[in-house]
Design a binder for this molecule. Structure first.
Ligand code: COA
Length: 159
């Protein structure tokens, strides 16, 4: 892929699942993000966007609504061949736009990629300031006893 090729961002479909899982779970094996199962992606398919280059999925990102004013970006992953070309930022900003359209004011990322999210307009917040609902799914996470991810927020719109 190069910067001049035709990249589209669209909602994921069942036809994308295998490629989505392959990108996500390769990074999960490296300990960079949490793994996803086929059923967990299928059950949340409507919340996922994919970036497409010709017939190939090169990026994936999901949105999980936590409360009326807070949604979390989950499973953001760009294939090795497409990294550094603006695909990640485009997916994140598309999800921020989606939050704005949904009336969800704040967007959360729990991440190791601080500089990338800063470039997308996010800022670091203390985890203690986040509502308890954020931690609901952490009970099933292998990182639970010593989670070292950074919590970052950005507003999807200002009043
Ligand atoms: C982190 C990740 C999503 C970034 O996606 P990407 O498409 O490579 O990033 P982009 O090309 O859109 O970069 C946008 C900006 O962030 C910067 N950036 C991207 N990755 C960066 C990094 N690791 N460190 C510092 N800056 C980074 C880029 O230089 C660019 O800056 P610019 O706007 O000034 O040009 C991608 O590298 C990835 O999938 N990593 C592995 C999985 C992962 O860690 N996912 C995040 C889980 S929360």
């Amino acid at each position: 892929m190069n910067t001049t090729s035709a990249l589209t961002v669209r909602r994921a479909t069942t036809r994308d699942i295998d490629q989505m899982l392959s990108i996500i779970n390769e990074y999960a094996r490296q300990g960079l993000m949490l793994p996803r199962t086929k059923i967990s992606v299928l059950e949340n398919l409507q919340s996922f966007l994919v970036a497409y280059d010709q017939d190939k999925v090169v990026g994936v990102a999901g949105l999980h609504i936590l409360w009326d004013d807070l949604a979390e970006i989950r499973s953001l992953a760009i294939s090795e061949s497409a990294k550094g070309l603006g695909v990640g930022k485009r997916l994140v900003l598309s999800l921020v736009d989606e939050c704005k359209n949904l009336g969800v004011k704040r967007v959360l990322a729990l991440t190791y990629q601080k500089e990338f999210f800063e470039k997308c307009g996010f800022y670091v917040v203390a985890k203690e300031t986040l509502p308890q609902k954020v931690w609901k799914d952490c009970i099933n996470c292998s990182k639970l006893p010593c989670c070292d991810e950074i919590a970052m927020i950005r507003e999807s719109y200002t009043e």
